[in-house]
Design a protein around this ligand. Structure first.
Ligand code: UD1
Length: 424
């Protein structure tokens, strides 16, 4: 299995071009199931999760054509859907597979999707997705590990739905379903992450009637049919935040191209509090920590526009090397401090209190070690720690990184990192 080897201690300087957002791309790809015309997506990142979603869609009958590899342009032709089942073998690899449930039930009146299991960062049920579909007239049964959905009237009906908890995937699934439901759907307490707005904008291009985009109340007037469209996936704000932290932790300076600072307000606020200079540019931003004395700060993860849980692990690495103490509170997932014991092996001083908080006391130096990551963002946290640690860090289970960071080694090497992939 591949590993990543890093020689730490080199400040990063250079330019990084930010890829298309994985978490925007996945629901956008699922939305191809809503129409029998061609959906063209550009700026799709080359990532394992994108390949998994492509495989899932192909299994349903979507014809995929790559028209421009360099620009990540793919055409999705959903005119010949012959299979409404999303099998366990694919869903277990990637929870976002459940995003086919809403579109399939909306277009065909039924679907059978494997229940995603728990994962490293918590139980992560899909009960809210299912309750919303029931409210739209679907009968839901759980049979032999599968969600079996059946629209009682042969189609879904519009409904007034208040999500009991903010859910990104739940909002995306039900938003897609509502575009083809009969009548009006109102989604209250909806998630308003930029990836959801990106999906909604694409659905509008496909003929959907959606208002309230960017807010936590979405109003959708269902249409009989959607049509084809062309849409560019937004920049990956989590990738941008991760590499901004790479500049900060190594006390370097990186310029980001094709990035969008306005999607990163909460991250910018925290990094500025720590002492990082964040400067907006025409097509991105600069993160500059040269000569900075970085200090700790308190942070709480929250739904957008709050601080993203997907940047919590990476920020923990930075705070581990900043002056003073920081309190991290995780409010989205119940088991998201798995990176802490690995950071401790590199010399970090972090105490986890209960399921949701950790106190980080900055240390002057981390030291390289062989470490193992449990999920995507935890892996990035260890890469960041390795970039600043003295000596060599070896990160096992690189497949996690391949799910979410396109050309990781190339991008970091171009900025002066000493990082390489070891293939056994
Ligand atoms: C998405 C992101 C993930 C990010 C997360 C939170 C994708 C592909 N993944 O995941 O990277 O960390 O948002 O920003 O976009 N919940 C329930 N019942 C449900 C649905 C969710 O209890 O039916 C809970 C979850 O267990 C979790 C919280 O709600 O504690 C938020 O989950 P959700 O926003 O749905 O996350 P995902 O869409 O799975």
């Amino acid at each position: 299995m591949d590993r990543i080897k890093i020689e730490g201690g080199y400040p990063l300087h250079g330019t990084i071009s930010i890829s298309g957002a994985k978490n925007a791309a996945l629901p956008l790809m699922a939305s191809a199931l809503l129409t029998d015309e061609v959906l063209t997506l550009t700026n799709l990142p080359h990532l394992a999760d994108i390949m998994t979603m492509a495989q899932l869609l192909a299994g349903h009958g979507v014809k995929l054509t790559m028209t421009d590899e360099d620009r990540g342009t793919f055409q999705f032709d959903g005119s010949n859907i012959f299979n409404l089942k999303a099998p366990y073998d694919i869903v277990r690899k990637m929870r976002a597979s459940v995003l086919v449930l809403g579109p399939l039930t909306a277009r065909y009146g039924r679907a059978k999707v494997s229940l995603p299991g728990g994962c490293a960062i918590g139980a992560r049920p899909v009960d809210i997705h299912l309750a919303a579909l029931e409210k739209m007239g679907a009968e839901i049964q759980i049979k032999e590990g599968y969600i079996v959905a059946h629209a009682k009237d042969g189609h879904l009906n519009g409904a007034d739905i208040t999500f009991p908890k903010v859910t990104v995937g739940g909002t995306e699934n039900i938003l897609m379903a509502a575009t083809l439901a009969k009548g009006q759907t109102i989604l209250r307490n909806a998630a308003c992450e930029p990836e959801i707005s990106d999906l909604a904008e694409c659905l509008v291009k496909m003929g959907a009637d959606i208002t309230g985009i960017g807010t936590n109340t979405l109003v959708i007037n269902g249409k009989e049919k959607l049509h084809g469209a062309t849409h560019k996936v937004i920049a990956d704000r989590i990738e941008a935040a991760s590499y901004a932290i790479a500049a900060a932790i190594t006390r370097g300076r990186i310029e980001f191209k094709n990035a969008n600072l306005k999607d990163l307000t909460a991250v910018v606020r925290i990094l500025v509090d720590c002492g990082v200079n964040m400067i907006e540019t025409e097509d991105g931003f600069i993160a500059d920590a040269q000569d900075a004395y970085l200090i700790g700060t308190d942070v709480m993860t929250e739904p957008y526009p709050g601080f993203p849980t997907d940047v919590q692990a990476q920020l923990t690495a930075l705070l581990a090397t900043a002056g003073g103490a920081s309190l991290i509170t995780e409010t989205i997932f119940e088991n998201r401090f798995m990176h802490v014991p690995e950071l401790a092996r590199m010399g970090a001083n972090i105490n986890v209190h209960g399921p949701s908080s950790a106190i980080v006391r900055g240390v002057p130096k981390l030291s390289g070690a062989e470490v193992m990551a449990t999920d995507l963002r935890a892996s990035m946290c260890l890469v960041l720690a390795g970039l600043v640690a003295t000596g060599t860090t070896i990160i096992n289970r690189v497949y996690h990184l391949d799910r979410g960071y396109e050309h990781l080694e190339e991008k970091l090497t171009a900025c002066g990192a000493h990082i390489e992939r070891l293939t056994d």
